[in-house]
Design a protein around this ligand. Sequence first.
Ligand SMILES: Cc1cc2nc3c(=O)[nH]c(=O)nc-3n(C[C@H](O)[C@H](O)[C@H](O)COP(=O)(O)O)c2cc1C
Length: 416
Amino acid sequence: MVVKVVSKNFDIPNSHTLEVARANGRYSTIDKLFSMTPDEVTDQVVKSGLRGKGGGGAHCGPKWQLMPKGDPRPAYLIVNGDESEPGTFKDRQIFQYDPHLLIEGIICSSYAINAHDAYIYIRGEYKFFIDRLNAAIKEAYDAGIIGEKIMGKHDYRMDITVHRGGGAYICGEKSALIESLEGKRGHPRLKPHGKECEWFFDNPATVNNVETIATVPFIVENGYEAYTAYGTPSSPGTMLFAMSGPVKNPGIYELAFGNKMIDVINTLGGGMLEGKKLKAVIPGGSSCPILTAEEVEKAVLDYESMWDIGSTLGTGGMMIIPEDVSMVDVAKNLIEFYHHESCGQCTPCREGTGWIDKILKKIVEGKGEEADLNTILDVCETMNGKTICVFAPAVKDIIKSIVEKFRDEFVAEFKK
Ligand SMILES: Cc1cc2nc3c(=O)[nH]c(=O)nc-3n(C[C@H](O)[C@H](O)[C@H](O)COP(=O)(O)O)c2cc1C
């Protein structure tokens, strides 16, 4: 069931060092890369159907094509390693076990969009991974892999800078991330979605997730057909799926799209721990609509199948919830996080997360009443589609789904 596209070197001892990385194929795509034009590289990525792994699932190649052609301003690649969504812990595997794959991906992707400078924006708490990444980047500079030339011979300057975030979840949202990188408060920008590239100090920029960029060398090296050989026609390729909660083998598994969720939980995950029974799964990081045990039986891990059952694939981080965990507590813990992390720029989000937080605390303290549930659902509606970024609609998705699917558990709290 497990496949190895991005995770190929993860289990090799010292895979993070340049010596071991090179002995296991890292930087072997570079000569092929420079035998192609940037448009040819982009074309391969377009045909591969590669989708962004940061949660939104936007097609990567078409996004690169939004970079303006012939613009005299410098172009930038910005790699999103903020990874602050509860339940999502995949990018750090790349930082830890194969940072040279990310550097190779940055070289390939930067060449495709004509960028000579790349920034990696990394979660501030990831101290160990930041050190790993910086050590790998230093090795790459020292070996002449990046710098004035690539691999000491290809006439293409490439500089990579690591930027440590300050610990705000909202700075994972691409425009807030750019604001933060520009030295400002990390507030999302008002922007035409999907119609143009991003702008970094008024220069054209592309923001991609770490795993997205780490997938590009495989496509360049093996051709798009090798990538589309995995997965389904509409969700081609693979993804690093994270599994957390009381299963026997929690962890990260690279899978082709199209596997049944329950099979993954029962085989790779080893099933539930002794004495635990599956109640629900939050499928793709904590803001994707929750699935009941019945829905989990039907869920298939690809974009379209997850939409069909009213949820999303998100970042592929499956949070497994057992019968003995109260869904009221799950909702309360999540809203506490989201209330704390709302950047406060838009009133429906700032106030909405605050109101839901207050109401859920009241319910947990045993002071709730049934009308509170309708108030929560009302507040959810006021948060939907009325804010600058999708933080608030995502909070609405998870809270509304928990209240609607597990209403009985909330009602039971009122009767205690
Ligand atoms: C509140 C919020 C937090 C986000 N956090 C992350 C994150 O930590 N990492 C990430 O890659 N994308 C995150 N995203 C998605 C980014 O805005 C963006 O879509 C993504 O980095 C684009 O890269 P991709 O197309 O390769 O996925 C977040 C979005 C929102 C709304």
